[in-house]
Design a protein around this ligand. Structure first.
Ligand code: LLP
Length: 464
């Protein structure tokens, strides 16, 4: 990477994204404008170096403490990303049979896979058992029964943890809080010991550990320490009752900086504090510590590139910047009101600086990427929506018949496509034709016209 030109970038970890002295945004050695020219927009661009730096930061922060980092697949689950994470030695936290399959397809080691989620289906459980995953994080007494049933029928042993609902306020947005007593996640405190005692008697269940996840975007260590306190009491009590656990899973949730004034909860701060608390409070020396980070691995490692389509003014001086990305590519602003920084990829000295609402083409009034942004842009300019790697592509939809966006990974000077581009033709290809209407335009001809239009626009972009 051209570090010599590196201008500090407050929205990455200092790895991956940087600006030239002229103000042009790069990902590693590649100008983002070149990625857009080649692949069109909207496109997600991930930095391999930025992902690797985060996984290594978690690994290094554990020092010599026995541990397992299980990347939360839901944050970004495209195969190339999972392959990269697996190659760095991490395991995976999955919430469905589908996520387990993706992890395995990407080269993940089943012995490093934990499986959380309140509604595990029978087929998911059977698949996880046959694949030989490390641990089911059990979220209810009824789920223990079902897992045992399936294990018995398949002649397998299920390795389990109980996911505790610790009733802790992690002081996070209600949309992403999971550790409060009234949330659907985990087993309530009074049921934890009886559930372990029951599990201990079931022939096809092997008790492994205990787990918890208090929420996402947690800003400080304090709620984690509270969680360790709650879990440690259970671990110690269970040991007295003859049940010795081999791991303690502290979940994910570390916050990242979406705004230049926000501070991330760094692995180098969080992990040593957790290791120390576990060593102090849990009476099993060398108990293995698991964590399940998602956002803090992948959020800063990607941008979503989008092109300005039109500028237009509304009533009351409101100015809109209509871009080609929308809530279908990045839904976080629409459903959580989340902030993502939006920056021009290159400064445009000709454009007028103004306060703009950056919105997408989707027919929903909540379809915005950022309101009241101070930007100097014109139609045709490229914008980078920052810190877009986590819960971006993995929550994308095809609403309004918008194909899923393209994704690429930059590795030094190389741009690796992570998928083949999807088009609307892919969306309709699997749908039944009932033949109710006699077509006004031959459907095959319509498909051809559509493809030709895509080619036309691609030729104009590349010629630019
Ligand atoms: N483990 C469990 C059991 C989880 O439920 C989650 C996230 C994680 C780990 C990873 O948490 P992280 O390290 O990424 O914070 N869509 C929301 C976030 C939902 C988080 C769901 N659970 C968003 O875009 O902010």
């Amino acid at each position: 990477m051209a570090e010599n030109l590196n201008r500090p970038d407050s929205l990455s970890t200092g790895v991956g994204f940087w600006r030239t002295p002229e103000g042009e945004l790069f990902c590693e050695d590649v100008a983002l404008a070149d990625v857009a020219r080649r692949y069109g927009t909207p496109v997600y661009v991930y930095s391999r170096a930025a992902v690797a730096e985060r996984v290594r930061a978690y690994e290094a922060a554990f020092g010599d403490a026995p541990h397992q980092v299980c990347y939360a697949v839901k944050a970004a689950s495209t195969r190339g990303i999972l392959e990269l994470v697996a190659s760095l030695g991490a395991g995976f936290d999955c919430v469905s049979g589908g996520e387990i399959l993706r992890a395995l397809e990407a080269g993940g080691d089943p012995k490093k896979i934990v499986y959380s989620g309140v509604g595990k289906g029978e087929a998911d459980i059977a698949f996880a058992l046959e694949a030989g995953i490390r641990c089911f994080n059990i979220e209810s007494p009824a789920e223990l029964d079902r897992i045992h049933d399936v294990a018995l029928a398949l002649g397998r042993t299920a390795h389990v943890s109980v996911r505790v609902n610790p009733n802790i306020d992690a002081h996070v947005d209600a949309h992403v809080a999971t550790g409060l007593g009234d949330s659907k996640f985990g087993v309530k405190l009074t049921e934890v010991i009886p559930l372990y005692e029951k599990a201990a008697k079931l022939p096809n269940i092997h008790i492994e550990g205990i787990s918890c996840h208090i929420g996402s975007l947690v800003e400080s260590v304090a709620p984690y320490l509270q969680m360790v306190e709650v879990l440690a009491k259970f671990v110690n009590e269970l040991q007295k009752r003859g049940i010795t656990l081999s791991h303690i899973d502290l979940g994910g949730g570390a916050g990242v900086a979406y705004h230049p004034e926000e501070k991330a909860l760094e692995p180098s701060v969080l992990i040593p504090a957790l290791v120390e608390a576990v060593r102090r409070e849990v009476h099993i020396p060398d108990i293995e510590i698991f964590v399940e980070p998602g956002r803090s691995i992948i959020a800063q490692a990607a941008v979503l590139l989008t092109t300005v389509q039109y500028l237009k003014s509304g009533l009351f001086e409101r100015q809109f910047c209509i871009v080609d990305a929308s809530m279908t590519e990045l839904i976080r602003p629409a459903i959580y009101g989340s902030y993502h920084a939006i920056e021009p990829v290159r400064p445009n000295p000709k454009a007028k600086r103004q306060i703009l609402n950056v919105v997408g083409p989707v027919c929903e009034s909540t379809d915005f990427l950022g309101n009241d942004r101070d930007l100097a842009v014109e139609a045709g300019d490229l914008l980078a929506v920052r810190t877009a790697g986590a819960y971006g592509m993995s929550m994308a939809s095809t609403y309004n018949s918008r194909p899923l966006p393209m994704e690429v990974m930059v590795d030094g000077g190389r741009v690796l496509p992570l998928r083949r581009p999807q088009t609307v033709l892919d969306l309709s290809a699997g749908e039944a034709r009932l033949g109710f209407a006699s077509p006004a335009v031959d459907p095959a001809h319509a498909d051809r016209l559509f493809e030709e239009a895509l080619g036309f626009s691609q030729r104009r972009r590349v010629a630019d």
